[in-house]
Design a protein around this ligand. Structure first.
Ligand code: PMP
Length: 374
């Protein structure tokens, strides 16, 4: 389509000029990139492959119609936040909602690194947004590297000085490894003056939640999302769980009205509507069964082709080739078969690695066949 004749572009701003107003690490950093290639099979974003059934969507639309759209929604959605808390076993005031956990990760990192004390310790490799947010915000990162088997090892933690913050995901994206409950408990006990931020985006595919640790530890924050296991990435809803005093500080910085009416109605359905809950329990169980099936099938292929599959407790698997050119070749071949997976090989500690999201049985079989023929 040709451009409208009256459109104009404001003058080009040089980096030097921008740096009068912005920190150089923000100007130099790359924006968050998403591959927008359209393929018949999309296994690159760790989404749940099953959309909501029509009747559940209809219920949401009916619920939305009843609400006044000319009015602001609740400023902080406290009722819904408290409901999330109660379902996790927490009293009121222990949960803050936000428009997706991406935003909440950034909020927590910015808010708790303002005191200029301690270190920002970030798991590596882990969710790329943690380190890119630090670059945008001018926060120096002290990496917590995974061990040679791509597992968490507390002996590899940088020295945790007073006021430090440790940010990690469990299950960890893009690897799928977890930090055992007992290990976090021991860390939080040993370091009461360090804040541990656990991103549990893939919680339901995995392990026991860390929630009971909040009972005795004010120095743990948990971040969760409706996007992955709950199959609701489109509603943009996430939450932070922790001690009321910490939540109160985050609430000051989080702007009012960030959760819109659609998110409020849909999230309430996920939490309260029995039919919706049954649907989500079903898709979580299917997702886990498919992940385990694909892992076994991939291992057999990996043995023949010379790559490695890392065991995962999330809805994705990490494949690791001993050299980058074989990894690139496999990625291109899989893409040529119409399947988009995530090339994570440029990330720190991820040379030779590709990540595939678990899809429907049919999608997974197509992926297995493409990998077999690569
Ligand atoms: N945390 C982790 C570990 C993730 O992998 C993702 C999404 N890729 C998110 C948070 C963000 O999820 P959302 O913003 O959709 O809640």
């Amino acid at each position: 389509m040709s451009q409208e004749p009256n459109l104009f572009t404001p003058p080009h701003a040089s980096n030097e000029w921008l740096e009068q107003f912005l920190i150089p690490s923000l100007v130099a950093a790359s924006p968050y990139k998403i591959d927008t290639t359209t393929t018949p099979v999309k296994l690159d974003q760790n989404e749940n492959p099953w959309d909501w059934p029509e009747n559940l969507k209809d219920k949401i639309v009916t619920g939305l119609r009843r609400l006044p759209w000319n009015r602001y929604p609740s400023a902080y959605s406290d009722d819904l936040a408290d409901l999330v808390g109660i379902q996790a076993g927490l009293t009121n005031g222990c949960v803050l909602l936000g428009p997706g956990s991406n935003y909440l990760v950034a909020l927590v990192m910015s808010t708790f690194s303002r005191q200029n004390k301690g270190k920002m310790v970030v798991a590596r490799p882990s969710f790329a947004l943690y380190e890119s947010h630090c670059a945008y915000d001018g926060i120096q990162v002290h990496p917590w590297n995974l061990d040679v088997n791509m597992q968490y090892d507390t002996s590899l933690l940088p020295e945790l000085t007073e006021g430090s913050m440790v940010v990690f995901a469990s299950p960890n994206n893009p690897v799928g490894n977890v930090l055992p409950y007992k290990t976090l408990e021991a860390l939080a006990t040993r370091h009461p003056d360090v804040l541990f931020v656990a991103d549990e985006a893939y919680l339901e595919y995995s392990k026991e939640p860390y929630t009971p640790l909040l009972k005795d530890h004010a120095n743990i924050l948990l971040i969760r999302t409706f996007s992955k296991t709950l199959g609701a990435a489109g509603i943009r809803m996430g939450c932070v769980l922790g001690a009321p005093k910490l939540i109160e500080q985050l609430r000051k910085i989080r702007l009012p009205y960030m959760v819109n009416l659609f998110g409020l109605v849909a999230a309430r359905m996920v939490l309260e509507d029995i039919e919706t809950q049954k649907h989500f329990k079903g898709i979580v169980a299917k997702g886990i069964a498919e992940r385990d099936r694909v892992f076994v099938a991939l291992q057999a292929i990996a043995l023949k082709k010379g790559f490695q599959v890392i065991p995962s407790e999330a809805n994705f698997l990490l494949l690791k080739w001993p050299n980058q050119s074989d990894c690139d070749k496999a990625y291109r071949h899989i893409l040529e078969q119409g399947i988009l997976i995530r090339d994570v090989s440029k990330g720190p500690g991820l040379a030779g690695c590709l990540r595939v999201t678990i899809g429907t049985t049919e999608q997974n079989n197509l992926f297995l066949a493409a990998t077999q023929s690569s």
